[in-house]
Design a protein around this ligand. Structure first.
Ligand code: KIV
Length: 257
């Protein structure tokens, strides 16, 4: 069965696991465990200290994705299309094709609902696999992120957008920071899987930024659970290396030629 059918078949049967990777080494660890590996444009804030993902360029996404691809053997690999690379359907197709041909990823992700429907329909018509993204949309957001779907009108809009995306042919939708009841409702209404980040356990799957959950990126937000403190482990390894160098305990004969 193809990877995408397999993913969609997981709906209501098995939870979908998705994490971000920006490089080969991390991707090769994730590949043993994840259904989806996302090269997210979150790399702008996580790796480059950008205030917004709006500053991420197409080339940055392509170079990181080329590295990630070297670590991916079986997961579905999705690459975020950065801000301003899908302003109209022709630009979107050109850039999506460029991303796919240069990185050999399986699909691209675009943020937005109604406004990007024509773009998504055109990509799907041209055999590009697309994942949608609703709720908090970092590429359009100015200022602090606020949970979406608190008001009835916003709930109806996001639900309608989700239905539009499904009808346009996306194979799944990321729901970012929305109210639990809305995530539950959307997940029940759609035939395709929803992948939540800060969007409750009702979603068909979950995604987090790997650097956040392993404690490499220092972030404190409610929706991130820290599974490890990798910064502490790196720190302790570096301290031991430094001590060995100072005390001439490294390199030993066995490390030399
Ligand atoms: O850019 C990203 O990492 C994302 C996830 C947070 C879903 O879009």
């Amino acid at each position: 069965m193809n990877k995408f059918k397999n993913l969609i078949n997981k709906k209501n049967k098995a939870k979908i696991v998705c994490l971000t990777a920006y490089s080969k080494n991390v991707a090769s660890i994730l590949d043993n465990h994840c259904d989806i590996i996302l090269v997210g444009d979150s790399l702008g804030s996580v790796l480059y200290n950008f205030k917004s993902t709006r500053n991420v360029s197409l080339n940055m996404m392509i170079e990181h994705s080329r590295s990630v691809k070297m670590g991916v053997k079986k997961s579905i690999m999705i690459v975020d299309m950065p801000h301003n690379t899908y302003r109209n359907k022709f630009q979107a197709l050109k850039n999506a094709k460029k991303i796919i041909s240069k990185t050999k990823c399986d699909a691209v992700k675009l943020e937005g609902g109604g406004k990007v429907i024509d773009v998504i329909k055109y990509l799907v018509k041209n055999k590009i696999r697309v994942q949608g993204h609703l709720g908090v949309l970092p590429q359009s957001q100015r200022g602090k992120f606020k949970v979406k779907g608190k008001k009835k009108a916003e709930q109806l809009k996001i639900l309608k957008d989700a239905q539009l995306l499904e009808n346009a042919g996306v194979f799944s939708i990321v729901l970012e920071c929305i109210k639990t009841s809305l995530a539950k409702n959307i997940t029940q209404e759609l035939k395709i899987p929803t992948i939540g980040i800060g969007a409750s356990s009702y979603c068909d799957g979950q995604v987090l930024v790997t650097d956040d959950l392993i404690g490499l990126n220092q972030i404190n937000v409610r929706f991130v659970k820290k599974y490890s403190n990798i910064t502490k482990q790196i720190n302790s390894a570096i301290i031991r290396f430094k001590k060995d160098v100072k005390e001439k305990k490294f390199p030993l004969k066995k490390h030399s030629y």
